[in-house]
Design a protein around this ligand. Structure first.
Ligand code: FAD
Length: 391
């Protein structure tokens, strides 16, 4: 009898509450039934499967750890499990979801006034409204904390935004994008809810990506784009507030990396048991088994790390450095795991239909977004030495 293919080797699912486990299985079913059959096709076309959004909304998982305004008020552990289950089948879908549920909803939740939360969060939770998060710029990536070239000038009750944003996920179709801009008056970074039909706002789809091709990233231009004071995030006064949003979502990226690695490991393991060479399944060769165990070893450390990370988050104790270390560790291990997975599949490892190649490509974006490996390392370095080494 063939053993079950299961990358959760230490049964971490057993630590979940019955309610969390139920949501995990619901998301798993959705990903297997609805996403898996079309994932390669949409990745190859570089298009987003818009038809899935109403079905995803039915899962009632948007803004899962947030409380109030129709949000489920579940645990951060569950939020991580959802990210992992999505990425395990399609890392693009988990990225789309992370932008909506983590970055966009998180910005309004952490930095919006009570009125702004009441206006936007309930419909975002139901996915009737989609949001995007615009921080990175063509000329300012890692250095966003040091100042942005996108400027905001106040004229009475109106703000005038000018500048450019790059890489902004979901922004080609989102109903609004949170634009982070530097106030010309006090030089502080502020957040603005910029609606898609706002004159002066233009989002152009970025082409030629070799990673997360299903995610629609945009190059945004803001040309004297007028935003009312009502749409300025009322509790975003400096980059420290932007960082509060990023701290939570960085933990989510670590979980996504676990999902990406787990998908590649499980698909490669299944392949080694089917594929025969020299008259035997390649899984029977010692060198192949060693590589399978190498993947499982790294995957298991990653899983235990993110589980503990989210427990700390649920206890309100997670630090920036803990989130950053998990992001560094998981995205680095994921690159190693997908590399081994691809190698043990021989030539078929680079064909999309064998369901490992997509993970190899998608691991690259995880490694760089929401703070590159180096930037997250510097956050940890600052914490353990007390010395900031960014510049
Ligand atoms: P750069 O900052 O130019 O870095 C280049 C290299 O220099 C990196 O290796 C970096 O680590 C290194 N480096 C920079 N500074 C230092 C230093 N002080 N010490 C050591 N090394 C350093 N942004 C958004 O705002 N919203 C989104 O929705 C979004 N989605 C994205 C989706 C994808 C697929 C990708 C690839 C990116 C996305 N981003 C998004 C942008 C992402 O956050 C940035 O790519 C990332 O912050 C790095 O910036 P950069 O690409 O400009 O690299």
């Amino acid at each position: 009898k063939k053993p079950e293919i299961n990358g959760d080797f230490y049964d971490l699912s057993d630590l979940l509450t019955p309610e969390e486990r139920e949501v995990q299985l619901k998301v798993r079913k959705f990903m297997n039934d609805e996403v898996k059959p079309i994932a390669n096709e949409f990745w190859n076309k570089g298009e987003f499967p818009m038809h899935l959004i109403p079905k995803m909304a039915e899962l009632n998982i948007c803004g899962v750890p947030l409380a109030g305004h129709g949000c489920p008020n579940h645990s951060y552990v569950l939020e991580g499990i959802i990210a992992m289950e999505m990425a395990r089948v399609d890392t693009s879908i988990s990225t789309f979801f992370g932008v909506q549920s983590g970055l966009a909803m998180g910005s309004i939740y952490h930095c919006g006034s009570e009125e702004q939360q009441a206006k936007w969060l309930p419909r975002m939770q139901k996915m009737e409204i989609l949001g995007a998060f615009g921080l990175t710029e063509p000329l300012v990536g890692s250095a966003v904390a040091g100042g942005l070239t996108t400027k905001a000038r106040r004229e009475g009750e109106t703000w005038i935004l000018n500048g450019e944003k790059k890489w902004i996920g979901n922004a080609t179709f989102a109903d609004f994008t949170i634009i982070w801009a530097q106030d010309e008056e006090d030089d502080q970074i502020k957040g603005f809810i910029v609606e898609k039909n706002n004159p002066g706002f233009h989002a152009e789809k970025m082409k030629n990506k070799m990673s997360l091709r299903t995610v629609q990233n945009a190059l945004i231009t803001l040309n004297n784009c007028e935003v009312s004071e009502e749409n300025r995030l009322q509790r975003a006064d400096s980059f420290k507030d932007t960082s509060r949003v990023l701290r939570a979502t960085r933990a989510g990226v670590a979980w996504q990396a676990v999902g990406c690695a787990r998908g590649a490991y499980e698909n490669a393991l299944a392949y080694t048991m089917e594929r025969k060479q020299f008259g035997k399944p390649i899984a029977s060769f010692q060198l192949i088994q060693d590589q399978l165990v190498q993947m499982l070893n790294a995957l298991t450390s990653m899983q235990t790390l993110v589980m503990r990370l989210s427990q700390l988050q649920d206890a309100g104790k997670m630090t920036d450095a803990q989130a950053s270390l998990a992001k560094v560790s998981c995205t680095t291990h994921t690159r190693e795991i997908v590399d081994i997975a691809r190698g043990i599949m021989g030539g078929n490892g680079i064909l999309l239909e064998y369901n490992v190649a997509r993970f190899v490509a998608d691991a690259e974006a995880l490694y760089s977004y929401e703070g590159t490996k180096e930037i997250n390392s510097l956050i940890v370095g600052r914490e353990i030495t007390g010395i900031s080494a960014f510049v």
